[in-house]
Design a protein around this ligand. Structure first.
Ligand SMILES: Cc1cc2nc3c(=O)[nH]c(=O)nc-3n(C[C@H](O)[C@H](O)[C@H](O)COP(=O)(O)OP(=O)(O)OC[C@H]3O[C@@H](n4cnc5c(N)ncnc54)[C@H](O)[C@@H]3O)c2cc1C
Length: 419
C-alpha cells in the first residue's frame, strides 16, 4: 500500500514557497502542490526592498530580534529559536545566494536583486518536484475523515475538488476582514486586519517646503496614546516619514486605526534636551556666541533648513545675533525645538514595504507546530497569521521561519505514519 501523502500549500508567496520546497526536500514520500490564485509567483518578493529584497535582519540574539514584532513577540521568540535569521542566511548561502548586511542591519542578496531570491526558490521547487498551479484560487476547505477536500476555482468559473492530507494556508494579509471570510467559515478565529507601516499626512504647507529634510535623531510622541519612538524622521511633501514614523505606525497600528488616523504628534528635534534644558542652553549660547548670527550658528545637530524653519516659527530673524534674541522668542524657540506639535490627518502607504496587522489569532494554533488547534492537519504560515514586524527584513524572516516550522512538523507526522 502506498504511503505517499499530499501537502497542498495555498498561496505562492514567500512563506508558501519556503514551506513547500522544504517540506518536499525533507519528505521524498510527500507530494507538494502550491496553489496560487494570481498568475504571478513570489510577487511581493520581486518588488520588496525597492527590487532588492530585504531578506532578513542581521541579529545575534533572538531577544533583540523579537522587539521588532509589535504583534507576535512571544510567538516569534519560539519561532526564531527554531529557524533564526542566521538559519535564513545559511539556507540561502547553501543554495548559492549570499546575503550581505547593511549598516542598519538589513540584509540583501549580494546581487542587490530580488530575482536572485526568486530564482533560488524556483530552482528548489523544480529540484524537489513541487507542482505549481497558477490562477487557482482556493475558496473552501472541507475536513474529511481521511484529510481535506479543497474547492478550487481555475480562472473565473471552472471549479474542481482536490484532495490533500495536509494543508498549509499561506495566503498573506488582507486589508479587509472579508478576505478572511472563507477561513472564518471553518471556525478559525480572526483578529480584524488593520494596516501597518504607513507615513503620517500633515496639512501644513510650511512643513511641506522642508521636503527631503532628514533629521538623524528625533523623539516622536503621540500624547493621546502615551507612546514615544526615537530615531530618524524624514519630512516629505505630504507630512512625515522615516524609520521613527514607520516604527510608530507599526507599534500603534490598532490604536491609530481606532483614532481614524486623526491625532496630534509632538516632535523633539533635539531629543537630548527637554524644553527647560533647551531654554538654559539658549541662554548660555546668548553669552558664549553672543555676536554670531543665529542663522549661521546652529548649536544643535539639526539640519540647516529645519533650523531656519524653527527660527522663523519662533519669530526669530536669522540675521540677528544670539545676544539679541528676545526672551519671549527664546521661550518659543525652545518649545518649537522640543515640543513641535502637528495635527495628523490621514496616512499614506509606505511604498517600499507595507504589511497588515491582524489575521489568524495565534491562540488558535499550536505555537510549536503552527497547526490549527481546531483542525489537525491544517497549518498556517506567514502574514496570514496575526504576526507582523517593523520594516527591516523582519516580515520575510517571519515568512521563512513559519514556512520552515510547518515543513518540519509535517515531516514529523510523516515519520509517525511510517513507523
Ligand atoms: C511593496 C512591499 C515591499 C515589501 N518589502 C519587504 C522587505 O523588503 N522585507 C520584508 O521583510 N518584508 C517586506 N514586505 C512584507 C513582505 O513582503 C510580506 O510580509 C511577505 O511577502 C508575506 O509573505 P506571505 O507568503 O505570507 O504572503 P504573500 O507574499 O502576500 O503571498 C500570499 C500569496 O497567496 C495568494 N493567495 C491569497 N489567497 C489565495 C487563495 N484563496 N488561493 C490561492 N492563492 C491565494 C496571493 O495571491 C499571494 O501570492 C514588503 C511588502 C510589500 C507590499
Amino acid at each position: 500500500m502506498s504511503t505517499r501523502k499530499k501537502l497542498i500549500v495555498v498561496g505562492g508567496g514567500a512563506s508558501g514557497f519556503f514551506c513547500g520546497v522544504n517540506a518536499a526536500q525533507m519528505n521524498p514520500m510527500l507530494d507538494v502542490v502550491i496553489l496560487e490564485k494570481t498568475n504571478k509567483l513570489l510577487s511581493k518578493v520581486k518588488v520588496s526592498g525597492g527590487g532588492r529584497c530585504n531578506v532578513t535582519h542581521y541579529s545575534e540574539a533572538v531577544s533583540d530580534m523579537i522587539e521588532a514584532y509589535p504583534r507576535g513577540k512571544n510567538f516569534m521568540k519560539k519561532s526564531l529559536y527554531r529557524f533564526s535569521s542566521q538559519d535564513t542566511q545559511n539556507w540561502f548561502l547553501l543554495r548559492g545566494v549570499q546575503l550581505k548586511v547593511e549598516s542598519d542591519g538589513r540584509m540583501f542578496p549580494e546581487s542587490d536583486k530580488s530575482q536572485s531570491v526568486i530564482d533560488c526558490l524556483m530552482h528548489e521547487a523544480e529540484k524537489y518536484k513541487v507542482e505549481i498551479k497558477l490562477q487557482t484560487e482556493v475558496f473552501q476547505i472541507k475536513k474529511m475523515t481521511d484529510g481535506f477536500d479543497l474547492e478550487v476555482k481555475y480562472g473565473v468559473k471552472e471549479v474542481e475538488v482536490i484532495h490533500a492530507d495536509f494543508i498549509c494556508i499561506a495566503t498573506g494579509g488582507h486589508s479587509k476582514e472579508s478576505g478572511f471570510q472563507w477561513l472564518k467559515q471553518m471556525g478559525i478565529d480572526i483578529e480584524p486586519p488593520v494596516p501597518s507601516l504607513f507615513t503620517f499626512n500633515i496639512l501644513d504647507s510650511k512643513l511641506h517646503q522642508l521636503m527631503g529634510v532628514a533629521s538623524p535623531d528625533s523623539m516622536l510622541k503621540i500624547p493621546k496614546l502615551k507612546l514615544q519612538e526615537r530615531g530618524p524622521v524624514l519630512i516629505t511633501h505630504w507630512g512625515l516619514s522615516g524609520p521613527a514614523i514607520l516604527k510608530m505606525s507599526s507599534r500603534a497600528a490598532k490604536e491609530l486605526n481606532e483614532l481614524d488616523y486623526a491625532f496630534d504628534v509632538s516632535l523633539n528635534w533635539a531629543p537630548e534636551y527637554h524644553e527647560s534644558a533647551m531654554l538654559e542652553l539658549i541662554k548660555t549660547k546668548r553669552i558664549e556666541i553672543a555676536r554670531q548670527l543665529v542663522g549661521n550658528k546652529n548649536p544643535l545637530d539639526i539640519p540647516g533648513r529645519l533650523w531656519n524653519y524653527l527660527l522663523e516659527k519662533s519669530t526669530i530673524k536669522p540675521d540677528i545675533s544670539w545676544a539679541n534674541i528676545p526672551s519671549a522668542a527664546s521661550n518659543l524657540l525652545s518649545k518649537n525645538i522640543c515640543n513641535d506639535v502637528y495635527s495628523v490627518k490621514g496616512k499614506t502607504t509606505f511604498k517600499e514595504e507595507f504589511v497588515t496587522a491582524g489575521g489568524i489569532k495565534i491562540e488558535s494554533i499550536h505555537q510549536a507546530t503552527l497547526e490549527s488547534k481546531l483542525i489537525p492537519g491544517l497549518y498556517f504560515a506567514g502574514e496570514v497569521l496575526n504576526v507582523d514586524g517593523i520594516t527591516g527584513g523582519y516580515n520575510f524572516q517571519h515568512a521563512w521561519s513559519s514556512g520552515w516550522i510547518v515543513a518540519e512538523d509535517i515531516t514529523t507526522k510523516m515519520s509517525e505514519v511510517k513507523s
